[in-house]
Design a protein around this ligand. Structure first.
Ligand code: DGY
Length: 323
């Protein structure tokens, strides 16, 4: 039997590319150059499964390309806001994602941001690298203590809960959260986590606000001028979810006017471009979308995308079907 034809839009870890070569008639992206919209359309016309990532804008126009052959999108990533899911559903295209396998690493990066921004780690390292460190002194680079502070989590799904677990059990932080869904009592009990009724309450009460919800129409610019005004001037905003959940213009203003104390960001509205202030302000720590960037996790993500696609061609239930 002939193998399904697969097109992979970015370079994947070698172990996954080797597995792809075994199981599919696959075209890999050796140069790792992101696909243009025309290249994406062309790919849809020439494969059975497209394996894209967050850098591919798979909008209605791309999905509606004439003579489309692919009926399966095996996304490499948990977030799928770069794919027009409604259109895919309407056209009968199956979409899968890679949840669970990146939960721990993304939560680790959220904790890194919390610690780095509160304890001024980036500033300290920059000082040292610039050979400007003059030695220990009682008032040098004083930051904010993390242990025991209140962490407000917006979006208490897998990743939000994993952040809470680290923060509560590791740093004795008090966990507040907001989520539109009911969270099982055993989960909240174990984390001693308290659900607040509004996001505004989270902003008012927290020392750290961590964004862990998906990017949807409803969460677009959820953190805006009004919410930053509600936050304490000593509080920090952390984002490891998606950039457009935060209104970056309003964030830059809040940071410059010291409406809030700082920001730890792993994601941005129009990656890889970000406002220059988010690269230069001392009270900001910015990472280049590193949430899932460990070898173990990226291999697990590739294997999950492969497993979902194999299930599709075997007419089996997909482990991680989005639509
Ligand atoms: C994810 O899996 O959603 C990561 O942010 C990369 O897309």
């Amino acid at each position: 039997m002939s193998k399904p034809v697969a097109i992979v839009t970015r370079k994947w870890p070698k172990a996954c590319e080797d597995r792809l070569k075994e199981l599919f008639d696959v075209t890999l992206n050796e140069t790792d150059t992101p696909f243009t919209s025309e290249e994406l359309k062309n790919a849809f016309q020439n494969c059975d499964v497209l394996m894209p990532t967050v850098t591919d804008k798979i909008n209605a126009e791309v999905l509606s390309v004439e003579n489309r052959k692919a009926n399966m999108i095996g996304n490499f990533g948990v977030g799928f806001n770069h794919i027009d899911i409604e259109k895919a559903k309407e056209l009968g295209i199956t979409v899968s994602n890679t949840p669970s396998v990146l939960t721990d690493c993304t939560a680790d990066i959220a904790m890194s941001l919390i610690l780095m921004v509160a304890r001024r780690v980036g500033e300290g390292e920059r000082e040292l690298r610039a050979d400007k460190w003059t030695g220990w002194r009682p008032t040098h680079l004083l930051g904010t203590k993390v242990t025991g502070k209140k962490l407000g989590i917006i979006g208490f799904g897998r990743i939000g809960q994993a952040v809470a677990k680290r923060a509560h059990h590791g740093f004795n932080m008090e966990i507040l959260f907001w989520d539109p869904f009911d969270i099982p009592e055993n989960v909240t009990k174990n984390l001693n986590a308290q659900k607040l009724s509004t996001i505004e309450d989270i902003c008012r009460e927290s020392d750290f606000v961590s964004v862990n919800c998906p990017a949807t129409k409803e969460t677009f610019h959820l953190m805006n001028e009004e919410k930053f005004n509600l936050m304490k001037s000593s509080a920090f905003i952390i984002n490891t979810a998606r950039g457009d959940i935060i209104d970056e213009k309003a964030l830059v203003t809040a940071l410059k006017t010291k409406e809030i104390a700082g920001a730890g960001l792993d994601v941005f509205e129009t990656e890889p471009n970000l406002p220059s202030e988010l690269k230069t302000l001392e009270n900001v720590v910015s990472f280049p979308h590193l949430g899932s960037a460990s070898t173990e996790t990226r291999i697990a993500m590739g294997n999950t995308a492969i497993d979902n696609s194999l299930a599709f061609f075997a007419n089996e239930e997909l482990p991680n079907k989005v639509v």
